[in-house]
Design a binder for this molecule. Structure first.
Ligand SMILES: *Cc1c(COP(=O)(O)O)cnc(C)c1O
Length: 499
């Protein structure tokens, strides 16, 4: 299997090269030349395996240039109980009506990003070895809150790597900020940017694809890579938990093998839901993939009208990790839906960067709507959903998962579609304690954040995740704020490149 670029379909590189590089030189995203298939027999076989073994099977189909030993070293190192607080690494809740929640946040940073960022450093260092790359790798990360911390934890003190994280100064929760500002490790650097997530992501993409910057790095024995979901090494591990969840539901008798399951995903950069699309196209019997947004609903509008238009107000919501207007991974989906028409992709994404807008054809729309549905909700509805779920089921949702749950109920009410549904739960409620507590109690909580964390623990009956509790005593190491125009200079000076 080879990897192509969305903006140059004639490229053919190995998965190791795609992962090492992160993004293609002309700015396109790497993706596999074909989608491997998984049979029902293989799915049945997965049911009796550990999570790491399931990852071996699924990743083995995509990373075909990795030996089974190399791959198992990566999966076993990442998916161990040393890194995840429970052995059920991607655990399912009981059913709430026809819906079940897939808890993806039991890793070290309490968000689903750990599912991929615990393994990415192993995949990347293995890829560098395989490609014979001698340079030190500089990982640049733009984060809407959760990727940054997960990447910092994954890469801290990994030999041969340095990591720099940029986050929107006013665009993350206070716990997310605290997690990043107190990060330990000798190869890490964190900086806030005056702007929103899109500014951070654009800045990072620009630095990546600037030939002059790349040359300066190369002269210094360094190269860039990415830990954002533009890197295929982030996407592939996310496919695993969808395949795994299906096998698990069947094993538990929640569904029969072969039964259709819908999937709802709270979406920002479109990475997580794209992983579900890959799982579906591998042959996992998924039905509708339901894209859930907050009021930054550029994806809801796109899926219902075919017009992608980022020229709109940007809102800071109580689900900040989804406050995004430019969803990178949509580019991969559109490449798939146009059967790899790279000229068309260049045209659309050229328009997006020039005019902030593009429109797809009715044929592409038809293919899009066959698999995807979409909905959104505002902060009041998000909080109302947290309260209702807490009161009715005694289960406490975080603000992002609550968006997905609300959109699920809207879909159910509008369509009467009672298909068994998997809802991806992307973060621990403790990362957003003030909002969750306000939702549950109906009052804006006052006082110190750690008092709110303690109160939330009492009223949810959930223990405070040890990694979040530990932050209370940790000193702040990073408090810098820069303008978005200064990102490139910041990176170069951090790396000791002056001229
Ligand atoms: C990153 C994130 C999302 C959005 O995921 P995408 O892959 O960017 O669509 C949703 N919820 C939480 C908690 C996140 O951290």
């Amino acid at each position: 299997m080879f990897y192509r670029s969305t903006r140059d379909s004639s490229l053919a590189v190995t998965s190791a090269q795609a992962i090492a590089q992160g993004i293609s030189v002309e700015g396109g995203l790497f993706l596999p030349s074909e989608i491997p298939q998984i049979t029902e027999e293989t799915l049945r076989g997965l049911a009796d395996m550990s999570y790491a073994e399931r990852a071996d099977v699924v990743l083995g189909k995509f990373l075909t240039d990795f030996t089974p030993e190399e791959l198992h070293h990566c999966t076993a190192s990442a998916y161990s109980t040393a890194n995840f607080e429970i052995s059920d690494i991607a655990g399912l809740t009981k059913a709430f009506g026809n819906a079940q929640i897939l808890e993806l946040w039991h890793g070290p940073t309490c968000a689903f990003k750990d599912m991929a960022l615990q393994i990415l450093p192993y995949l990347l260092t293995t890829s560098l070895k395989k490609t014979g790359e001698q340079k030190n790798v500089v990982i640049l990360v733009a984060t809407s809150g959760d990727t940054g911390k997960a990447a910092l934890e994954g890469f801290r003190d990994v030999p041969g790597t340095q990591i720099m994280v940029f986050y929107p100064e006013h665009g993350v929760s206070s716990m997310q900020k605290r997690q990043m500002a107190t990060q330990e490790g000798g190869n890490v650097c964190v900086c806030a940017v005056e702007g929103n997530f899109d500014d951070c992501q654009n800045g990072v993409k620009k630095i990546f694809t600037d030939p002059a910057v790349r040359e300066k790095l190369s002269a210094g024995g360094m190269m860039f890579s990415s830990a954002n979901s533009i890197n295929w090494g982030r996407l592939a591990p996310q496919i695993v938990y969808y395949v795994s969840a299906y096998a698990e539901m069947a094993k538990r008798g929640d569904i029969r093998f072969g039964e259709t399951v819908n999937v709802v995903v709270p979406t920002g950069n479109f990475g997580n839901i794209l992983a579900a699309y890959y799982a579906k196209n591998m042959g996992v019997p998924f039905g509708k993939l339901i894209c859930a947004s907050n009021v930054n609903k550029v994806l809801t509008d796109f899926i219902s009208t075919g017009v992608y238009d980022r020229n709109r107000d940007f809102f800071a919501t109580c689900s900040p990790s989804m406050d995004i207007l430019i969803s990178s991974n949509l580019e991969r989906l559109l490449w798939l839906l146009t059967d790899g028409d790279d000229a068309q992709i260049r045209d659309w994404f050229g328009k997006l960067s020039k005019d902030g807008r593009y429109e797809v054809s009715p044929a592409v729309m038809a293919r899009l709507q066959k698999d995807f549905a979409a909905g959104y909700c505002d902060d009041a509805q998000t909080k109302e959903t947290i309260r209702r779920f807490h009161d009715e089921y005694g289960y406490t949702l975080d603000t992002h998962t609550a968006v997905a749950v609300k959109v699920y109920y809207d879909h159910l009410n509008q369509t009467g579609d009672t298909t068994r549904t998997l809802i991806a739960s992307t973060a621990s409620p403790f990362k957003f304690s003030p909002s969750v507590l306000e939702a549950v109690t109906g009052k804006v909580p006052q006082g110190e954040e750690y008092d709110m964390v303690a109160t939330l623990s009492e009223c949810s009956g959930m223990p405070v995740p040890p990694s979040l509790a530990a932050l209370k005593e940790k000193p702040v190491r990073f408090s810098g704020v820069i303008r978005k125009e200064e990102m490139e200079q910041f990176v170069l000076s951090q790396l000791g490149i002056t001229e």
